[in-house]
Each structure stands twice: as C-alpha cells, then as structure tokens.
Design a protein around this ligand. Sequence first.
Ligand code: ADP
Length: 257
Amino acid sequence: MNDIIVSMNNISFTYERKKVLDRVNLDIPQGAFIGLVGPNGGGKTTLVKIMLGLLKPDEGEVTLFQQPISQFKDWQKIGFVSQKANSFNRGFPATVYEVVSTGLTAKVGYFRFFNKYHKEKILHAIDQVGMLDYANENIGNLSGGQQQRIFIARALVNDPELLILDEPTVGVDQENVHKFYELLHRLNKEEKITLLLITHDTGTMTEHATDVVCLNKTLHFHGKPEQFEDMKEKDLSMIYGHNVNLVTHHHSPEEQQ
Ligand code: ADP
C-alpha cells in the first residue's frame, strides 16, 4: 500500500463565527492525483491553508509525511502554486530564470550567490515545464498559460514530493488548459509527484485525476473519477446548491475574473 503523506483527521475550522469546515477527514497517498472540487466558499482554500500550517484548526489533527504538523520541518517537500500567483505585466523586469530562482531563496538566502548546483536545479525546473527555450525571456512577454508554467517551475525548484495547486486554470484558455493537464499528468506519472489540484474544472480534471474529493463544509464525496462522473448529474446540484452544468469544459465569465 502507498504511504499516506498527508493525513487530516476530523478537521473543523471557524472564521470569527462562521464554521467553514466541519469534521473533515482526508488522506493523501503518495503518488495520487487528487482533484479537490466544491462550490465557491466551500472551504477548499481554507483546508489547504491548514495543510500548509498557515491556519490552525479548531479541532482535529494534521500529519505530514508521518509527522504531526507541529514537528514537521521539511517544508521543501511541499510545493504550492497559489491562485494569487497571477500575471506579471509586460514591463515586469525579471526573466523566467530569475522568477524561478526566487523559489530557492528560502534555502539559499537572498544575498548569497547561486552555485552551479542551484543553477542546474533552476534550469531543470524550467525544463520540467517545457519552457527551457524561454529561460532568458522577460516573464511579462509570456502568455498567461506560459506564465502559469513558470509558477509551477518555481514550485518545482525544490523537488517537492507533493505539489498543491489552487485554481491554476482560471483565466487560461481551453487549449492551454489541455496542455496544462498534460503537464500535470507527466509530473504525476513520470516524475512521481503527488498532486492536489483545487479546481472548478470538473470536466477535464476527471480525465487525469486518480481521486476526486468534493468539499462543501463537510466532505461530500471522495472516490474515483468514474464514480464522480456517475454521481455528478444526479446528486451534485444538492452539493453545489442549484442547477449547475458541470459537463461543459469552458469557464464561466465569473470564474475568469
Ligand atoms: P473555497 O476555496 O472553497 O472557495 P474558502 O476556503 O476560500 O472556500 O472560504 C470558505 C468560507 O470562508 C467562505 O465563506 C469565505 O468567505 C470565508 N473566508 C475565507 N477567508 C476568510 C477570512 N480570512 N475571514 C473570514 N472569512 C473568510
């Protein structure tokens, strides 16, 4: 059996007086590709913040790589690409190489020079996302989809075992969404990186994920993509609130904001 690398047991969390997570249990086995879905405000980002130690649950326990989160120190094992890692504009004065190198600064320190080993790591991470030809390009000259790859490279530069991505396809056009999933598929299958993907895209995601988790304050579903597909037309409106069309793959204007 695969090792469990993240274990969340009975997690509850309240912002001021609003309970947003109620006794949530989630285990992430090594090698999984988990698609985490649910309505806006369902608590997905909050759950990830608890997993990253940024918020402390009211109740429950988090174990990372078999250690209680309070004792866990190997944070480089976990890469995170935030929803907020959005676009650089045209004038932003940094190359792809420089942006990816900032992923290493936590280890190296701001004022120390990168040695050959670090330089190779940076170039390897850029290569992993298929952007080596653009290493010296100004980041602001790249498309949204290409910039998204660079943010992933920045998270990959420390060789994480688990990569968490929060809504990475919002605002990315359909062709690039497809390429993006190919990249995730390769990272998961060939590079053996465990993935946790928060997404609205319940269409394309189920073609690649090994497990789907649906969260709306409590865990409403945790199973295989095929089971999720079977369930989603029947029961999902109950979870999401009202008539939702989850079959289409395009993004609504609301999501693209
Ligand atoms: P999701 O990622 O599924 O959209 P979130 O975890 O971002 O959900 O939010 C869950 C609920 O918690 C929402 O109702 C949101 O408005 C609320 N919330 C999120 N962050 C804060 C905060 N810092 N203070 C108060 N309420 C918050």
